[in-house]
Design a binder for this molecule. Structure first.
Ligand code: F6P
Length: 525
């Protein structure tokens, strides 16, 4: 250990003057220009990507679009999801007339066209001001409409970041969702109606589920009349770059898909689905190193850690019949949709380290899988050091890390960006799984996974609060994930030399997240 230290001490001597402790060293508002983002964008050719959704209502378009946006952001792209439905309801009122989608109604057609144009304009605006991936979420249901979109982009996408007004390099990718399974469509509609009740679907407000479904299916008839699916047999469609997803990834058709990001999206789309299932994220129980405030290593659990392991197994068993969702009976699909039998259904994923394997050893499960990718951030020469040692003997390194934790790499080890990169195959596998999964891993890794689910920027990710002895239950909603944090005994608290710094930074993140959430909600109104 001493040898490893001396390497860093040498860095301390050689390096610039140790940084002063700055009062407010972190600026979470300006994450857009962080070079950490650039580091994630390996192989990007600079072209903007416009993803245009295609499909009738309640086919999971917005669900997919939201996932694509979060995945793109997770890869480091500045990405946005723009929903025509929100723009439309903002422009023309929350209550849609029954004949809004009637292709023969001139007034409604004008309103629909205006909303589509406004949403597309907003999408291009985002790209023109530095955005890299935009998901234009509209039905784009006819060839004529798709031709219009193509032409509008061609004519209007110019660079506005300077005064050059140069044509921006871009690629257009169509993503179509086809689903004719009535049960799935209805389930999707009911879920959407519930989760977006305050912003959309106001015309269904006073109806019960049966009446609302009947009204909705009636509206869909207008779409059936004019809908033109993307078709390999059609000469015009064959010229387009598209991914066609049938029955939520039962079947996938790909045409003229090129580019690094697009090829990633093909595999991503192959894995996503809308089936309800719970994911539990949990850190290992308290380890001997947690007690000593040491970094990394492969320590055993303490007695308290072992007690937590028993309580975790009990928690899963007691709540599995309720789908883990007993506190939130507002869940749209109902608790039943999430209920499971741990011995038969539950997958347990751990790292290969003793403390995560030990934490899940009492859990009944269908299968227990150890992933090296779930191993804690490799602290290189700092492995097994205490935080006090790191902080006092290697002050400038510690400060540099705190100031740029996302891309600061432990000498001989990893940065948070490295951790994110190694987690990518696991993300795909997580999306693909239809069974409940319990992931028992480590603080840095769980922060990265959490960032994926909740669209947290890479700059904020390394400071996310992730206490020991707390189970985090995630359940999918129509636009993302619901989260419930459940503290489990014994309560040991997180103490140590590093904890205060992390918590101070986390408090700032929460504040800036709340601010952004408020802003988003205000713009949606
Ligand atoms: O302290 C526990 C621990 O899991 C370490 O092993 C790991 O290096 C660290 O947390 C990650 O947290 P941070 O990035 O805040 O140091």
């Amino acid at each position: 250990m001493e040898a490893a230290w001396s390497y860093l001490l040498h860095l301390e001597d050689e390096g610039e003057k140790p940084l002063d402790v700055v009062e407010e060293p972190l600026d979470f508002e300006s994450s857009e220009t962080l070079d950490a983002d650039e580091q994630l964008l390996h192989l990007n050719d600079g072209a903007k990507l416009i993803i245009c959704m295609v499909g009738k209502p309640a086919r999971g378009k917005s669900f997919m679009a939201a996932k694509i946006q979060r995945y793109s952001e997770w890869l480091g792209y500045r990405a946005r999801h723009i929903e025509t439905v929100s723009v439309r309801r903002k422009l023309f009122g929350r209550v849609e007339p029954d004949d809004f989608f009637n292709p023969n109604g001139a007034e409604m057609a004008t309103q629909r066209g205006a909303a589509q144009e406004e949403a597309l304009k907003e999408s291009l605006d985002f790209l023109q001001k530095g955005g890299q991936v935009v998901i234009y979420d509209a039905s784009n249901s006819t060839r004529e409409r798709r031709r219009w979109v193509t032409k509008y982009v061609e004519e209007n996408l110019v660079d506005k970041t300077d005064n050059s007004h140069n044509i921006v390099k871009y690629r257009l990718l169509w993503v179509e969702s086809i689903c004719e399974n009535r049960d799935l469509i209805v389930q999707n509609f009911l879920e959407l109606r519930k989760t977006s009740a305050t912003t959309n679907f106001m015309e269904y407000r006073d109806l019960d589920n049966e009446q609302a479904t009947a009204k909705f299916l009636e509206k869909l008839r207008f779409y059936d009349e004019e809908y033109e699916a993307l078709d390999m047999e059609n000469e015009a469609d064959r010229q387009l770059s598209f991914i066609k997803i049938v029955e939520f990834s039962e079947n996938l058709m790909i045409n003229r898909v090129r580019g690094y990001m697009e090829s990633k999206l093909v595999s991503f789309c192959m894995n996503i689905h809308t089936e309800p299932r719970a994911i539990i994220l949990v850190r290992h129980g308290q380890s001997e190193y947690n007690l000593q405030d040491r970094i990394g290593g492969d320590p055993n659990l303490t007695e308290a850690g072992d007690q937590f392991a028993r309580n975790l197994a009990k928690f899963v068993e007691e709540r599995a019949p309720h789908g883990l969702q007993i506190e939130d009976d507002e869940m749209v699909s109902g608790s039943d949709a999430y209920s499971f039998n741990p011995g038969k259904d539950l997958f347990v994923w751990t790292s290969t380290l003793k403390r995560t394997v030990g934490t899940t050893k009492y859990c009944k499960c269908r299968a227990n899988v150890q992933w090296t990718a779930l191993g804690e951030i490799d602290a290189g020469v700092c492995e097994c050091m205490t935080y006090t040692e790191f902080k006092t003997k290697l002050t400038s390194q510690y400060m540099k890390r705190q100031q740029n934790k996302a891309s600061w790499r432990y000498p001989g080890g990893e940065s948070y960006i490295d951790v994110k990169k190694r987690l990518e195959p696991l993300i795909f596998e997580l999306e693909r799984q239809r069974k409940p999964i319990l992931i028992c891993s480590h603080r840095a890794v769980l922060r990265c996974l959490y960032s994926y689910f909740f669209g947290i920027s890479i700059k904020e990710c390394p400071f996310l609060p992730f206490p020991l002895h707390t189970a985090l239950v995630l359940t999918p909603t129509s636009s993302g994930w619901n989260e419930e944090r459940i503290p489990l005994a014994p309560n040991i608290g997180d103490t140590g030399a590093h904890e205060q710094d992390v918590q101070a930074a986390a408090a700032k993140i929460l504040k800036s997240q709340a601010k952004r959430r408020k802003l988003r909600e205000e713009t949606k109104k």
